[in-house]
Design a protein around this ligand. Structure first.
Ligand code: BGC
Length: 727
């Protein structure tokens, strides 16, 4: 339809029909078998006919969705199709690694390819909108939803945001919805749904860039967040939604509330009732009410009684109609599919890519010579509750056939027959809570499991211990006050280490865990996060050296929960303490180092890379100029490998305090043994800008440090002066 035709349609719609477009309900109002992702019980639907709503969420499947659509469109007074929305976070059927792991690939290309495959499967399943990418910056590993983010760094997250939006929207058949606007990743104490206390400067400088990147990439939708900022729930914050998102960032897509977030403003103590909540939300700029009573039960009357201007409804509905139009729904709401659904789901090509992304996301934290494993010359015992476990696909994945997932055991058996297997422990301790109150079947006593594992360990040359969090110990509502492994698994680690010192720990998790005991008792550690459908194959490929690891930490690994929030881009303080160990009146703790266990950007390979000192093209730069920073990277080891070369900048003196390092560039290079390569980065004035003391986004003349290295911990540094034109 042309814009004129859409405008004509809008002018012919009744107020009830228009408000209907702004209402989203769970697809369970129309069909069985819907995934419910929030408190379903809060909504009653008496005031408005479900036959007028504009979108549904939580259901996928070409057949059922098209049935719903057909019946709906035929009955709707203007035959306006529904938008079908679903949470496709890291794949639909072919499950890719969790977003936090995808961040660890440091590869926009792989992340875009993963999103592209997810898009194909999602479109084939009849879904029009995915509630992804999740772009909340995360620096507190207690928060369960760090699993959904690509990590702690504004620059890296922005690259990942763009990659995901491109991947999802490349065919014009799926709309991406970035979320959760804004700063949902910084709840106080890491407690989900809590208040956020951040200065406007930190919000703008660290938390907004990834959302802005999604807007720049043309992301079709955005979602508000559950949290407050500046003591206002985002869903009712006009400054945030109209001024920052619409006016400053130029977002002109559809803005949806999070699940029931409009009515939740009542419990936040901001509004009296659902009617007031609806009024606040529409004035703030929310176009669609996801699953609360507000718009459905009150918006028509609010307009009729003169409390809400109808033009606000019209502008929201126009945006929604435009989105439906851009997805081709007016022409093809329930026609046949272009692709054959069955041919697409979990096909070989998708599996292959999922395996590649998973291997690239694994982070080799340490390796004291035990990896890679030898397929023929050693006896290896694979021990732990993740050896033969298909629940390795993360919290937001609901594959129709979870059995498509390859376990470590299945994959290892294809590589080598000389392997011992033992479960050793259950994932959870008896009675341990998860966000879904999961229980594990415990047919055998813990004592027996342990004994068999110790026996296997005794017979082996090396032990691969597959340990980790339960998939539902992270995710929405999955915050933890302690972030260690379950006690039963720690006991397994201790007992095994008493009979075999050659321990390689493979860690499954949805967040950075506290891994001190693992660090002390293992010679090698591989973080595999929640790797998805191809997890087993990817892990076996890396352990046996068929693929060389290359992942880098997208989130700092703390030594203890008391250190969080911990991130590489912290400030220097007036009493710096470079060793991290506190003696006297310097920054830090008396009972813990301030250094992380492993820093952001860290990740080893089976080979070793060396860096030449940083060389700059000149020592001064004016505001219109550039500087080229160069290093030579050499592969000094015995394996061909991929290194992620990282560029960090530091503004040594600013009108406000500046972080000790800021990631501003990455370059992935593949080097054969003995090979070397020049890597250069162009530094521009734009990379040096920040919100100065007057909240202007500018650079300030002065000294800058340029670091290029293998992680955020690098001290390979050169310096230059930014000079103003008049100097
Ligand atoms: C989550 C969103 C999700 C929505 C729809 C909410 O509870 O916060 O991230 O997209 O449910 O399922």
């Amino acid at each position: 339809m042309t814009i004129k035709e859409l405008e004509k349609l809008l002018s012919e719609m009744s107020l009830e029909e228009k408000v209907g477009q702004m209402v989203q309900r769970s697809a369970s109002v129309m069909a069985e078998g819907t995934i419910v992702t929030g408190p379903e019980g809060t909504v009653d639907s008496e005031e408005m006919s479900v036959g007028l709503i504009g979108s549904v969420l939580g259901k996928r499947g070409a057949g059922p969705l098209h049935k719903i659509q057909k019946e709906f469109v035929e009955k709707h007074p203007h035959h306006i199709p529904l938008l079908m929305m679903y949470d496709v976070i890291n794949g639909l059927e072919t499950i890719f690694p969790i977003p936090l792991a995808q961040g660890c690939t440091f590869s926009s290309q792989l992340v875009e390819e993963a999103a592209n495959i997810a898009m194909k499967e999602t479109v084939a399943a009849g879904v029009n909108v995915t509630f992804s990418p999740m772009l909340d910056l995360v620096r507190d590993a207690r928060w369960g939803r760090v699993v959904e983010s690509t990590g702690e760094d504004p620059w890296l997250n922005s690259q990942m945001a763009k990659a995901m939006v491109r991947g999802y929207q490349s065919k014009g058949k799926l709309a991406a919805c970035f979320k959760h606007f804004a700063a949902y990743g910084a709840p106080e104490g890491g407690r989900d749904y809590d208040n956020v206390e951040l200065s406007e400067r930190t919000l703008r400088e660290d938390y907004l860039p990834a959302y802005r990147a999604a807007v720049e990439e043309g992301c079709a939708m955005a979602m508000t967040s559950f949290n407050t900022w500046n003591r206002l729930p985002s869903t009712g914050n006009k400054w945030l939604l109209r001024k920052v998102l619409r006016d400053e960032m130029g977002f002109d897509g559809v803005l949806i509330s999070d699940f029931a977030a409009i009515d939740e403003m009542i419990r936040w103590g901001i509004v009296e009732d659902s009617r007031e909540a609806a009024k606040l939300a529409i004035k703030a700029g929310v176009d669609i009410d996801m699953h609360s009573n507000g718009y459905m039960n009150h918006l028509v009357r609010l307009v009729r009684e003169g409390e809400v201007d109808e033009s606000l409804v019209d502008e929201a509905v126009m945006r929604i109609l435009k989105l439906k139009n851009s997805l081709g729904l007016f022409e093809q709401a329930y026609a046949g599919f272009e692709e054959d659904e069955t041919a697409l789901l979990v096909c070989d090509a998708h599996r292959k890519k999922a395996c590649e992304v998973a291997t690239a996301s694994f982070v080799l934290l340490k390796n004291e010579g035990l990896l890679p494993l030898n397929k023929t010359e050693e006896t290896i015992a694979f021990i732990g509750p993740y050896v033969d476990n298909i629940n390795i696909y993360g919290t937001w994945s609901f594959p129709e056939k979870p059995k498509n997932t390859i376990t470590v055991k299945q994959a290892v058996m294809k590589k080598s027959q000389e392997v011992l297997f033992a479960k050793g422990a259950y994932v959870l301790d008896e009675g341990q809570n998860t966000r879904m109150q999961d229980t594990e079947e415990r047919p055998v006593s813990e004592e027996l499991l342990l004994r068999a594992a110790v026996e296997a360990a005794r017979k082996a040359d090396k032990v691969v211990l597959c340990l980790g969090e339960h998939r539902n110990q992270s995710g929405e509502g999955g915050s933890r006050a302690s972030i260690g492994l379950p006690e039963g698994q720690l006991k397994l680690l201790e007992k095994v280490s008493e009979v075999n010192a050659n321990i390689i720990s493979v860690i499954f998790s949805g967040r950075p865990l506290e891994l001190n005991k693992v660090e002390n008792l293992s010679k090698s550690i591989l973080m595999v996060w929640m790797p998805g459908t191809e997890g087993g194959n990817a892990i076996a490929n890396v352990l046996f050296g068929d693929v060389v690891p290359q992942g880098k930490l997208a989130m700092t690994l703390p030594r203890s929960v008391g250190q969080v929030p911990i991130y590489y881009g912290q400030f220097n303080t007036g009493r710096p303490n470079p060793t991290g160990i506190k003696i006297g009146f310097v920054h830090g703790y008396i009972d813990e180092s301030t250094r992380p266990l492993y820093p952001f950007g860290h990740g080893l390979s089976y080979t070793t890379f060396s860096y030449s000192p940083v060389v700059l093209s000149q020592k001064e730069m004016n505001k219109n100029g550039t500087i080229v920073a160069k290093v030579v990277v050499a592969n000094d080891g015995d394996y061909a490998g991929t290194e992620t070369v990282q560029l960090y900048l530091r503004d040594v003196k600013g009108s406000v305090i500046r972080p000790v390092k800021m990631l501003r560039g990455i370059e992935k290079i593949k080097l054969k043994p003995g090979e070397r390569q020049d890597v250069s980065f162009v530094i521009t004035e734009e990379m040096l800008r920040f919100y100065n003391a007057d909240m202007e986004y500018v650079s300030e003349p002065g000294l800058f440090h340029v670091f290029i290295g293998t992680s955020s911990d690098t001290d390979n540094m050169a310096e230059f002066l930014l000079v103003s034109e008049t100097e």
